[in-house]
Design a protein around this ligand. Structure first.
Ligand SMILES: *Cc1c(COP(=O)(O)O)cnc(C)c1O
Length: 435
């Protein structure tokens, strides 16, 4: 795979370079130069393949020039160790559960694949890297779990003190080994600013091979396309109505962009619903043709509180670039907190199924789409996190206690290990240098 920068001011690069650079020097985003459709025969028999087999076939098609079949097999076996099942919620509505990985959110797919492919290249060239990442919650857990025990890579995660949930904090601070947690007495922006300064610091760059695990890395996007194919395969096995409409709860629009990659690879999809909370710059763009970034506002579905989605340009390019083409394929809706809670409660009362707030936004987006587009299709809602990661919201909304899965509850009794630091760069640097 060759990749270009969306700013067109930096040279094209190989897959390996794009992965370790993260961002092109001109501050664009890396995009595949070409995405060719997969054979029709792949889609005709896709229902005979399991998740890992589908992932391998997609990888082979996209990355076959960069990696051997055996290498791809190894990377998929190492990283894609959990499924993405469909749950039949109601007539013609399915939930694609993306929370069966170690951190119980869909970011596990991207983080684990990224760790496996980075480690592959590092072992080959006998290099080591140090990853720095700032987190406001979900990313940190997925990255910590994804890179835990990965040869050649150590990880330092910065999180704002008192501003992540108990479970999220335990996910970052109880692994040990090659994962170190830094509890910063400041905000998420302070954490991010410390990481940015470190990347600009010559002395650190000379001493360590610093890398980022940012969500704009192309190696996090590619694996997120796998579950769209897997959902289609499962829909065929279950004999569900085709075509499919995917409703994607969106913040930075990585997940939806990955769906569009699947679409460009030939996956039959009727439409994508861009389901947003009150941070609705993309639904507004789809409505008016004008894109205006805004400061983010806080909502219950906080992993989607993004006012200037970093993957907006990718989404646009992948959906046909021109506004007229994009809005044919991507339909934008937004849902406020009151409606989000009403959906969580209504679905629970009717079906017994508990949704996290992000999933509820996707459910509501699909309902809005259905009203405007009557017809025969199956709506598939992407469920991006297990509800137990948002326990206080879920329990007050449903007005009852809900069970916590063992994977999360066992964390709560583990001991937190984190280094506390202020927001000044000097002490952060000293910490990194081990002084
Ligand atoms: C990150 C996240 C999202 C948003 O995904 P994007 O790829 O940024 O659009 C939605 N839900 C949950 C639970 C998340 O963690």
């Amino acid at each position: 795979m060759k990749l270009y920068s969306t700013q067109h001011q930096s040279p094209d690069v190989s897959l390996e370079e794009a992965i370790f650079r993260g961002l092109p020097p001109d501050n664009g985003l890396y995009m595949p130069l070409t995405i060719e459709k997969m054979d029709a025969s792949f889609f005709e028999t896709i229902q005979e393949r399991n998740f890992q087999e589908i992932a391998e076939a997609v990888c082979q098609h996209l990355l076959g020039d960069d990696l051997s079949q055996e290498e791809i097999h190894g990377i998929i076996q190492q990283s894609m160790t959990f499924d993405a099942p469909l749950f039949g919620l109601e007539k013609d509505v399915e939930v694609l559960e993306l929370f069966h990985g170690p951190s119980m959110a869909f970011k596990d797919f991207g983080a684990r694949f990224m760790a496996a492919i980075m480690s592959h290249y590092l072992l080959k060239s006998k290099r080591e890297i140090r990853i720095l990442v700032a987190t406001s919650g979900d990313t940190g857990g997925a990255v910590a779990q994804g890179f835990f025990n990965t040869p050649g890579i150590s990880v330092t995660i910065l999180y704002p003190k008192g501003k992540v949930s108990d479970i999220q904090e335990k996910q970052l601070t109880t692994l040990g080994g090659n994962v170190q947690a830094l509890e910063i007495d400041g905000t998420f922006d302070d954490c991010q600013s410390l990481v940015k300064q470190a990347f600009l610091d010559e002395e650190l760059r000379e001493k360590f091979n610093l890398a980022s695990a940012n969500s704009i890395n192309i190696s996090r996007l590619i694996p997120q396309s796998f579950y769209y194919f897997a959902a289609y395969a499962e829909a065929k096995r279950k004999g569900l109505k085709l075509p499919i409409v995917f409703s994607v709860p969106s913040g930075n629009f990585g997940n939806l962009s990955a769906g569009l990659i699947a679409y460009q690879l030939g996956l039959p999809v009727k439409a994508f619903v861009a389901a947003c909370n009150e941070n609705k710059v993309v639904p507004e763009y789809l409505q008016s043709g004008e894109y205006h970034a805004k400061p983010s506002v806080e909502t219950l579905s906080n992993a989607m509180d993004v006012g200037n989605p970093s993957n907006f340009i990718r989404m646009k390019l992948l959906a046909g670039e021109k506004w007229e083409s994009v809005r044919k394929l991507v339909k934008g809706y937004f849902t406020n907190d009151l409606e989000t809670k009403a959906r969580m409660k209504e679905v629970y009362d009717r079906t017994g199924y508990v949704m996290c707030p992000h999933t509820a936004v996707a459910y509501d987006g699909l309902q809005q789409f259905k009203k405007e587009n009557p017809g025969e299709f199956t709506g598939i809602i992407l469920s991006t996190a297990h509800y137990a990661k948002f326990l206080p919201t879920v329990e007050t909304t449903l007005n009852r206690q809900v069970p916590i899965p063992e994977r999360l509850s066992s964390l709560l009794s583990k001991e937190k290990v984190a280094q506390s630091l202020g927001t000044d760069y000097a002490s952060f640097k000293q910490y990194l240098l081990g002084k």
